[in-house]
Design a protein around this ligand. Structure first.
Ligand SMILES: [Fe+2]
Length: 205
C-alpha cells in the first residue's frame, strides 16, 4: 500500500490563528529559564503556580501551569500527546549560530533533520517535551507551503534527510552558502555517524 497521500479535508471558512500552547509542569522555574535561554521567550507574567511567556508581539506564546496535584507522566516517550513545539529563525546563519550557542552550553539536539521545507534541530526542555528550532529552506512560507503540498520528494520521504550539525558548521566555515548546504544535505553528504532508529522523545527520567 502506498504511503503517498495528501488527503482533502474540509476547512473552516474563517480560520483563527494559532496563538499559544500551554503545558502543565512540576518544574515551573526551570522551564521558564530553559525557554528563555533556548528561544528567547521571556515571562510576561511569572507567578508561583503559572507563567506566560512570549518572544514576539503576542501577549504569550507558551504558558506553564503548575497547580498542586500534578504528577509526572509515565513513559512519556511512547505516549500520545505533543511531540514538539517549533520555533523558526529567519536566516540560516541565525539558526546555525543558535545551535553553536546552545552547544557551547552543553545543550545538544537529539534529532537533526532536513525536512525539505525546513532544516531542523530538536531539543528537549527540562520536562522532556520536544522543541524544534528550524529555518525555512525556501526563505518564505509561500514557497515552502507550495512544496510540502506538491513535491513528490516530500510525499515519498516526509521525515527527510539526517545531518550532523557539526558538518554544517564546518561547511559554512568553508564558505558554502545555505542553498548549497541544503542541497548537499538532501544529497546525503552530511549524514551523521549514528542515525536514530526512531523519532520518539528520549526518556529523560
Ligand atoms: Fe515540527
Amino acid at each position: 500500500m502506498s504511503t503517498v497521500t495528501n488527503r482533502a479535508t474540509s476547512r473552516p471558512i474563517v480560520a483563527p490563528k494559532l496563538h499559544h500552547t500551554t503545558f502543565t509542569t512540576l518544574r515551573l522555574d526551570e522551564m521558564v529559564a530553559w525557554y528563555e535561554n533556548a528561544v528567547g521567550l521571556y515571562p510576561a507574567f511569572h507567578g508561583d503556580q503559572a507563567a506566560w511567556l512570549t518572544n514576539d508581539e503576542a501577549n504569550h506564546r507558551i504558558a506553564f501551569l503548575s497547580p498542586p496535584g500534578l504528577k509526572h507522566p509515565v513513559d512519556k516517550s511512547h505516549s500520545t500527546g505533543v511531540h514538539h513545539t517549533a520555533f523558526e529563525y529567519n536566516t540560516f546563519d541565525q539558526w546555525l549560530d543558535n545551535y553553536i550557542r546552545l552547544r557551547d552550553q552543553g545543550i545538544l539536539p537529539f534529532l537533526w533533520l532536513d525536512h525539505g521545507i525546513t532544516m531542523s534541530v530538536y531539543y528537549q526542555d527540562p520536562d522532556g517535551n520536544g522543541v524544534e528550532i528550524q529555518v525555512d529552506c525556501f526563505g518564505n512560507w509561500e514557497d515552502s507551503k507550495q512544496w510540502i503540498s506538491s513535491a513528490l520528494e516530500f510525499a515519498e520521504n516526509p521525515i527527510g534527510s539526517w545531518f550532523d550539525p557539526e558538518k554544517l558548521v564546518q561547511a559554512r566555515a568553508e564558505g558554502l552558502d545555505f542553498a548549497e548546504i541544503h542541497r548537499r544535505t538532501r544529497a546525503g553528504e552530511y549524514t551523521p555517524e549514528n542515525i536514530p532508529t526512531d523519532i520518539f522523545l528520549p526518556e529523560l527520567y
